[in-house]
Design a protein around this ligand. Structure first.
Ligand code: CO
Length: 133
């Protein structure tokens, strides 16, 4: 089976999205998308292209969210990397068969596509998001 995957985005957790947009716009030379609320994950997101991938900025949209906990303990930084695949369901089954835990069930992510997260303790310390192409 040939699975087409690519790096969809690298997500960075930020306390305040506006200065982060300004910085990443400056460093990439590209403009960022207007902040968009993802209710399911309680974050405001903005995407900036870099090459053929993106940086996703994540700002907590409420006081208590998974991102605010991450910001409190780590002060910011790379939060997750997202892999886009055209074999979303079969890849999830394959990964689950390896006893890699998921964080909940698939939900609708920032781009309106189905996404699922895997437990970082089962994926070498990095939170991985899988996104349906
Ligand atoms: Co993401």
């Amino acid at each position: 089976m040939i699975v087409n995957t690519k790096l969809s985005h690298l997500a960075v957790a930020v306390k305040d999205i506006e200065p982060a947009r300004e910085f990443f716009e400056m460093i990439t030379g590209n403009s960022s998308s207007n902040p968009h609320l993802v209710k399911s994950q309680k974050v405001n997101t903005s995407f900036i292209s870099i090459g053929d991938t993106h940086i996703e900025l994540l700002e907590p949209s409420e006081e208590i969210t998974p991102i605010s906990k991450f910001l409190e303990s780590k002060g910011g930084g790379i939060h997750h990397l997202c892999i886009e695949t055209d074999e979303f369901d079969s890849l999830i089954n394959k990964i689950k068969n390896k006893n890699i835990r998921t964080l909940g069930e698939p939900s609708i992510g920032a781009k309106g596509k189905r996404v699922i997260f895997f437990h970082p303790k089962d994926t070498f310390g990095i939170l991985i998001e899988l996104e349906e192409k």
